[in-house]
Design a protein around this ligand. Structure first.
Ligand code: ASP
Ligand code: MG
Length: 409
């Protein structure tokens, strides 16, 4: 007998028919004698619908009230799933985040979990109930309803698995695992049997958005065994997210190719090269909460240097304005240029730590296709390049092939 936390996302509970399917799957595990906590999202589209309603009434909706409202989506799902299970003669009980008492801080719309009361859930499990918990929501110290940020049900699942020491947290979704890259770009992309937490974080933050990043961080921190599986297929092992030390098999050097079309680049030309300039450029950008991803500064000539960085595409215009109006005149830079038709392509793999030459191989492959590299950044387990957006898919395809990702291990 095992103890699983199973999380089903919005598409998996998108209709009453699908909720009945989830109930059948849960019932199957239950009848095999496993203990199960089910975490569900709102039915697909519901959270967006509620947010739209709020915006019709108030231009920027009050965050406390927004949380009161959007948390209702998950409340509907838990009740329907509990009914569907009862219809199959499975003992089931649903709980909202506040009924469980998933205690969070008071940062409405992006709250963090502080503590989970587990005693009564534990008692329910021991009394033979399937426990169903609303994802994405909690309650703060003062009793206000809070939510955990978009995609937050993943984090609810992982947090419950950590708090109650489940054997595994299974995330059921509309894909059957984590792939070497997006199969829509490379049809030969292959499902990975396992991937390390660190690789997963790089892949996720680079645009392979299967899990909420915070849930992966959480699982890494609390050593929760996390598995991504399809909720539409009966069989399948999905992808297990592992710790590097667990992987006693020979790791492939590269696990995947990630890409991201959401960035824009800005270059400040002819920047005086003296202490404090990087801060003078990026300080005002940080002050308005714009996240900066890649940053590059060149060696200076005649005490002048060029300074480039990337931001989310949605922040491009705003950032350009800040730099042009406030920063360029202030620091006496020659010019500011930028573009938002770029894409970032990255090769990711923990095997890079012990293998030289990955970056040069990547650059060789891109050169052979005549793809110009505009920016380069590296970490211990990834090499990222910025290229013209129109070459992105080609770059992903040739790199996927060059690093032999389509072959079975
Ligand atoms: N329903 C929430 C959302 O759409 C939370 C989740 O699905 O994980 O973001
Ligand atoms: Mg999701």
């Amino acid at each position: 007998m095992a103890f699983y936390v199973q999380k089903y996302g919005g598409t998996s509970v998108g209709s009453t028919e699908r909720i009945k399917n989830v109930a059948r799957r849960v019932a199957r595990f239950y009848n095999q004698g496993h203990q199960i906590i089910v975490v569900v999202s709102a039915m697909s589209g519901e959270t967006n619908r509620l947010i739209t309603l709020a915006h019709e009434v108030q231009e920027s909706p009050d965050p406390r009230e927004l949380d009161v409202m959007v948390s209702t989506g998950e409340q509907v799902s838990i009740a329907l799933l509990a009914m569907a299970l009862k219809a199959l003669n499975v003992k089931a009980k649903s709980y909202t985040g506040s009924q469980v008492k998933i205690l969070t801080d008071s940062a409405f719309t992006k709250a963090r979990i502080l503590d989970i009361e587990s005693n009564h859930i534990r008692a329910d499990l021991d009394n033979g109930y399937v426990v169903i918990v609303a994802g994405f929501q909690g309650i703060d110290e003062k009793g206000n309803i809070t939510t955990l940020g978009r995609g937050g049900s993943d984090t609810t699942g992982v947090a419950l698995a950590a708090a109650l020491k489940a054997d595994e947290c299974q995330i059921y979704t509309d894909v059957d695992g984590i792939y070497t890259t997006d199969p829509r770009v490379v049809p030969e992309a292959r499902r990975l049997a396992s991937i390390t937490f660190e690789e997963m974080l790089e892949m996720a933050s680079l645009g392979s958005k299967v899990l909420q990043i915070r849930s992966v961080e959480f699982a890494g921190k609390y050593k929760v065994k996390l598995r991504v599986l399809s909720s539409f297929e009966e069989e399948g092992e999905g992808t297990l997210i592992t710790f590097e030390e667990d992987g006693n098999m020979e790791q492939p050097v590269i696990s995947g190719i990630a890409f991201n079309r959401d960035e824009a680049k800005i270059t400040v030309l002819g920047v005086p090269d003296h202490p404090g300039v990087a801060y003078q450029i990026l300080g005002p950008v940080a002050d308005v909460n714009i996240d900066v991803d890649m940053i590059i500064q060149n060696v200076s000539h005649d005490d002048l240097t060029d300074f480039s960085f990337t931001v989310h595409r949605n922040d491009f215009k705003k950032t350009m304005n800040i730099i042009r109006e406030k920063i360029q005149p202030h620091i006496g830079a020659r010019d500011v240029i930028g573009g938002d038709r770029i894409a970032k392509v990255s090769v990711v793999g923990v095997g890079m730590r012990s293998h030289a030459g990955i970056a040069s191989e990547m650059f060789r492959v891109l050169a052979e296709e005549g793809i110009n590299i505009q920016m380069i950044a590296t970490s211990e387990i990834k090499v990222s390049v910025v290229v013209d957006e129109k070459y992105m898919e080609l770059a992903v395809r040739v790199l996927h092939k060059a690093f032999n990702l389509e072959q079975a291990l």
